[in-house]
Design a protein around this ligand. Structure first.
Ligand SMILES: [Zn+2]
Length: 120
C-alpha cells in the first residue's frame, strides 16, 4: 500500500509546476559525486568540469572550482536542494535547478555554454 504513496513523500519537485524532470529543469547536480546526472545542461556541465579537472592535473583542489561552477549554474536557475535516496545506507545530495520557462532554460544553456567556452 504505502509504496504507492511515494510521490507524496518526495520533499520537493519543480517549484513552478511541482513535477520532476519537467521542461523547467535546467540541470540536476550530484554534489556527492561531483557530476550532473540530469537536465539539458548536464552534458555541457560535465564536459566543462572534465576540462577543469584535466587542466588542474593531479594536485587539483576541486573544492573551490566546483563551488564556482555550481554557483554559475545557480545564477541562472532557481535552486532546490534535496537528498535523493539512492540506497538504504546512502543519501546523495542533489541540487536541482529550474527555470521559470522552457525559453529561459534555452537562454541559460546558451549563456553558460558561452561562458564556459570563454573560460576554456
Ligand atoms: Zn516544472
Amino acid at each position: 500500500m504505502w509504496e504507492e504513496d511515494n510521490d507524496d513523500e518526495d520533499p520537493c519537485g519543480c517549484p513552478f509546476c511541482g513535477n520532476f524532470g519537467c521542461e523547467h529543469l535546467l540541470i540536476s547536480i550530484d554534489e556527492t559525486f561531483r557530476s550532473a546526472d540530469g537536465g539539458p545542461l548536464a552534458e555541457a556541465f560535465n564536459t566543462h568540469w572534465g576540462n577543469l579537472t584535466e587542466a588542474g592535473g593531479d594536485d587539483f583542489d576541486e573544492h573551490e572550482p566546483w563551488l564556482d561552477l555550481v554557483s554559475q549554474c545557480e545564477d541562472y536557475g532557481c535552486r532546490d536542494s534535496y537528498y535523493r535516496d539512492s540506497g538504504p545506507m546512502t543519501a546523495t545530495n542533489t541540487i536541482d535547478l529550474y527555470c521559470a520557462s522552457k525559453e529561459e532554460v534555452s537562454r541559460s544553456i546558451k549563456k553558460l555554454n558561452n561562458l564556459w567556452i570563454e573560460m576554456s
